[in-house]
Each structure stands twice: as C-alpha cells, then as structure tokens.
Design a binder for this molecule. Structure first.
Ligand SMILES: NC(=O)c1ccc[n+]([C@@H]2O[C@H](COP(=O)([O-])OP(=O)(O)OC[C@H]3O[C@@H](n4cnc5c(N)ncnc54)[C@H](OP(=O)(O)O)[C@@H]3O)[C@@H](O)[C@H]2O)c1
Length: 314
C-alpha cells in the first residue's frame, strides 16, 4: 500500500534528515523505498514462515511520553506496516517503549500485520510469568510472536515457562538475546543445549565477532537470527563522517551509509532480520530500503570490511 499523503508530507518535511543520509530531496519521489520493489524476506528455520529482513528496534527512542514524540512514532509504525515491514523488537526494560508500542499499534490497528518481539529479564519462575503477563497487557495482544530471554537472565527457568506457553499457543516463537561479547561463550552453550527458534545478537561492520562464531552456529542449529546494534548505536555513521559512498556500492544497490551498514549484515546468509533503532520517518525509509534489491556477496563483503578498516576512526 502506498504511503498516505500525510506520511508523504512528513517525509518531505524530513528532507533535511534525508539529505544528511545522502538522499537529496528531489530523489524522494524515486528513492528505492518508495519505488515499491518487494522487500526481501527470509524464512524462520523452525517453521518456514518468511519475514522481511529489516525490522525496527525500540530501545531508548521509544521511551517517550510527550504527545509530539508519540505522534512521530505513530507515523513511523504506520508507515512501516504500509511499506510491508513486520518485525518490531521491544522489551519491558526499555522504559516506556513496550507500553508505547502497544498503545500506538492499537491506535493504528495494524497488530495483525506486525510480528511483535519482546523479552523477559528477571530472576525466578513467578517473576518471569508476572513480567511476561504484563507484556501481553502492555502490547494489547493475546499472542506474542517472539518472546526472548533478555541477556540470558535466568535463562533455563524462563525457557521452561516459554516452552509451556509455546505449546499452549500464547507465544509463537522463543529465543534468547545478548549484546555482549563477554556472554558469547555462555550464549553458545545455551544455543547448543536448547531448542530455540531465534537468537538475537550484536553484529555490525564495526563489530564482526558474532559473524565468526555465533552466526555459523545458528545456521547449524537451524535458528533464526535477529541482529541488534547494527549501527553500533550510531557510531558507524561517525566513523564514515561526511565521506561519499564508494562508487562500487551501486553493485549491491546501496543508496546511503545506512543501507551500506545494513546490507553488509544482510549479506551474511545466517541473518534473518536486522533491527535498527528507528524512530524517524527519514530513517525508516532509508532502513527499509536496505531490504530491497541486491545484497553484497562474500567478495563484496570483504571489500566492505577492508574499506571500513581503512577509515581513521574505525
Ligand atoms: N541485549 C539485547 O537484547 C539488545 C541489546 C541492544 C539492542 N537491542 C535491540 O536492538 C535494537 C537496535 O539497537 P539500538 O537501537 O540500540 O542501536 P542501533 O540500531 O545500532 O543504532 C540506532 C541509532 O542509529 C541512528 N539511526 C537509525 N537509522 C539511521 C539511518 N538510516 N541513518 C542514520 N542514523 C540512523 C538513530 O539515531 P537517532 O538517535 O537520531 O534516532 C539511532 O539512535 C534496539 O532498539 C533493541 O530493540 C537488543
């Protein structure tokens, strides 16, 4: 479904942000996200269900209460659905973010077209149940698409509840998350010991450790992979500064630095979906654009690494 006139006006109003992204205002009408080529999708190994490869992360930027900020996020979430996006990742530990996602999705009325992922992060069986029940209430839903044990906190106990809830149809998929290298060993042990539908891990052009060990293990174990911190919380943009994109980025249909960073991640065959923190319309269009057309192959990805490593600030 095309963007509404109101959304287009907001995009146009955000032209300054798009210019900063490397998109000129006059390119808006023809830029890749608006052109309507289909979003790339990947299958969740445990079910075969396909999801678009770019989602939305909600840490920090969705922890808001002011009406103007809520209005902006409502437009982003509505446009995300219209563009064909599905996966929204949140957590009870992101301040008001989970509440905000639940309220806005209810107001927009697009719950059924989205894939809602949240987390549990607490010690003890009953505390886990209480926190997850609260997530159902906050998200205004009877079924959560993906429930993840956040940063491995009390992982075995929370997973045992989640297995029961998955069997009862309350959660569709279960998984575990981390964003810390120091947890990778324990994370791998959990991946080997447990049957998981999803893992979520930090991986980016500037932080490639998971690509060597976690992502291949996920492929071996038949686990879907969500990638968090794809922009290293924005630090990757600082590393490239105001440099132009290398000319060879057109070989994989890359129109901005954001797409360069996301397409690097999506070029890894074990990755199912990347979840950049996305709270602005300009960023949404840019990020969703990374889910269109060609991705870099192994050789092109090596070139991207060499390029990034050669930057003074990298
Ligand atoms: N352990 C875990 O489970 C865990 C840990 C960390 C993160 N996560 C999940 O992963 C998601 C992503 O991580 P993150 O949000 O912390 O960091 P991130 O995605 O690496 O970076 C987000 C930042 O990049 C900027 N940005 C987004 N799109 C852009 C674009 N197209 N061009 C230029 N700048 C852009 C935004 O800047 P502005 O500040 O201007 O909006 C935002 O602050 C989180 O939101 C959360 O859902 C999970």
């Amino acid at each position: 479904m095309p963007l509404t006139r109101r959304e287009m006006l907001r995009v146009t109003a955000g032209a300054g942000a798009l210019t900063a992204l490397g998109l000129r205002p006059r390119e808006l009408a023809t830029s890749a996200p608006l052109r309507g080529s289909p979003l790339l999708e990947r299958a969740i190994p445990s079910s075969g269900e396909k999801i678009p490869v770019v989602g939305i992360g909600t840490a920090r930027r969705y922890d808001v209460a002011a009406p103007a900020e809520l209005d902006a996020l409502r437009e982003v979430l509505a446009a995300f659905g219209r563009l064909g996006g599905k996966l929204v990742d949140t957590a009870p530990s992101y301040g008001r973010a989970e509440v905000v996602v639940g309220e806005l999705v209810r107001e927009i009325g697009n719950r059924e077209s989205l894939f809602l992922a949240t987390k549990v992060r607490t010690e003890g069986r009953q505390a886990g149940i209480d926190q997850m029940e609260e997530s159902f209430r906050r998200l205004h839903t009877e079924r959560i698409d993906l429930m993840q044990v956040h940063n491995l906190v009390d992982v075995e106990r929370q997973l045992s509840t989640l297995r029961e809830w998955k069997a009862a149809g309350r959660v569709r998929y279960l998984g575990v998350t981390t964003s810390f290298h120091r947890q990778f060993e324990a994370f791998e042990a959990v991946m080997r010991a447990e049957e998981l539908d999803f893992i979520q891990v930090n991986y980016s052009l500037g932080d490639r450790v998971a690509g060597e060990r976690i992502l291949p293990l996920a492929a071996d174990r038949g686990m879907a992979v969500l990638v968090n911190l794809p922009y290293a919380r924005g630090r990757l943009f600082q590393a490239v500064g105001d440099r132009p994109l290398p000319a060879w980025a057109v070989e994989f249909d890359c129109e901005s630095w954001g797409q360069f960073f996301l397409k690097f991640i999506l070029g890894h065959p074990a990755v199912t979906c990347v979840i950049p923190g996305t709270a602005k319309m300009g960023y949404l269009l840019d990020n969703v654009g990374a889910a269109r057309r060609r991705l870099p192959d192994a050789e092109q990805r090596r070139r991207m690494v060499d390029f990034f490593e050669s930057l003074p600030g990298a």
